[in-house]
Design a protein around this ligand. Structure first.
Ligand code: FDA
Length: 389
């Protein structure tokens, strides 16, 4: 029988941070992981280099039913706090772009750092362990595939359900249901979009081409690259907008955000140059050819009327696509939605209804943008709970 002040279920970013902080306070901490090793998502993150935070992280970079909920935790554990730990461990890092901090070498260094901190504060990590039942009497009594476990503070840090082959499970949602906590609707986020069949056939030859664009859905817009895939679109701008996209909504793409194409077309109106060749000065040739073939009747510029030039410019600056769906949880970097923030204290992450029960990290209805924000939420919410468990 294990008897511990704190039991954390899930050895990912949030669970490890919470374990370290509770350990620092002298609490006895047991961390349960059902996979054979901890931190699997950290290892694969950022293409193996872990984009561990974002220098400019602010509440505006998060999606939630309650946009205010994340404020307290983010203010109490900042990107500088995590970066300081990274520096203390002599892990070299760089800013790739837009405040995104990545390891110079490998994400293994982040997992090793968190493991070392856990060792320093005597956190008992048990991998390959399944929790079969949770009972609440005067304490939480857990039946596991190993020993029975008893604790006063139970922290659920089991993440969302994206990338099931990395150990993701719906365990956290099941625990919330067991204790009658509300869940918001979940859906895949930071995920490639699939085009309808007609567009997929039209553009599938463009797979691999990437174009700097402004992508918008409703009032939300992102400027970064889009990437054509066999099924539709990916690339950072598309992944970002996918978190705001819901079935049926159109997505607008400005393929030439830097220039006013209509003005340039007008200046060249008397030119004999063919539209495709003209556009090939601004885009990869393969894209110019396919896009012109699908959308326009390629001809020399002098052949078009002003109205037609306006139409060409409008389509390129405001290309409307109608995605038929996303590539789903198999390919999503995050799960949007989860444990309703109205059920939790924003200061401690403890359930308002069930004393001693905490939810942290991605299992909560807080989702960050692409670019290190999701880890920042995991660290910050883990830190918050770690001060109270
Ligand atoms: P996380 O999923 O990390 O950890 C949950 C842990 O609980 C896992 O170890 C899991 O095995 C375990 N678990 C699940 N069910 C259990 C059960 N029943 N019993 C015991 N254990 C259980 N973010 C970012 O900021 N920068 C980046 O570079 C990236 N890159 C990235 C790449 C890819 C491919 C993906 C899929 C995701 C990212 N992310 C990211 C997102 C980021 O990885 C994610 O938001 C955090 O890992 C969430 O941390 P959590 O600790 O909440 O869950």
């Amino acid at each position: 029988m294990i008897n511990s002040n704190v039991v954390i279920i899930g050895g990912g970013a949030a669970g490890l941070m919470c374990a370290i902080e509770a350990g620092k306070r002298g609490r006895s901490v047991t961390l349960i992981e059902h996979e054979e090793k901890i931190g699997k998502k950290i290892l694969i993150s950022g293409g193996g280099r872990c984009n561990f935070t974002n220098k400019y992280s602010s509440p505006d970079n998060f999606i939630s039913g309650n946009p205010h909920f994340c404020k307290s935790a983010l203010a109490n554990y900042t990107p500088e706090n995590f970066t300081k730990m990274v520096e203390d461990y002599n892990i070299s890092y760089h800013e790739k772009k837009l405040g995104q901090l990545f390891c110079d070498n490998t994400s293994k260094q982040i997992v090793s750092m968190l493991e070392s901190e856990c060792r320093k504060y005597n956190v008992n990590i048990i991998a390959n362990c399944r929790i079969n039942k949770i009972l609440l009497n005067t304490r939480f009594e857990l039946e596991s595939s190993n020993e029975k476990i008893s604790t006063d503070s139970l922290v659920i840090a089991s993440g969302g359900i994206s990338i099931p082959k990395m150990g993701a499970s719906d365990f956290g949602y099941q625990v919330a249901k067991q204790f009658e906590l509300n869940l918001t609707e979940i859906r895949p986020g930071l995920v490639p979009l699939i085009l309808n069949e007609k567009d997929r056939n039209n553009y599938s030859l463009l797979s691999g081409i990437s174009i700097d664009s402004i992508v918008s859905c409703g009032k939300i817009k992102f400027r970064e690259n889009i990437l054509f895939t066999h099924k539709g679109f990916s690339g950072p701008a598309i992944l970002q907008i996918s978190s705001y996209w819901k079935g049926g909504k159109p997505v607008s793409i400005n393929l030439l955000p830097e220039i006013n194409l209509f003005e340039i077309l007008l200046k060249n109106h008397s030119s004999k140059i063919e539209l495709t060749n003209f556009l090939a000065a601004y885009f990869p040739k393969r894209f110019a050819e396919t896009f012109c073939k699908v959308n326009f009747n390629p001809a020399p510029l002098y052949n078009y009327s002003q109205k037609e030039l306006r139409n060409i410019s409008d389509i390129i600056h405001n290309w409307i696509i109608h995605p038929s769906g996303t590539e789903g949880f198999e390919k999503a970097e995050v799960t949007i939605g989860g444990v309703d923030t109205n059920e939790l204290s924003s200061k401690t992450m403890e359930s308002n209804k069930v004393k001693g029960l905490y939810f942290i990290g991605e299992v909560v209805d807080i989702t960050g943008w692409l670019g290190g924000y999701n880890f920042q939420w995991a660290w910050a919410s883990g830190f918050a709970a770690g001060q109270y468990v």
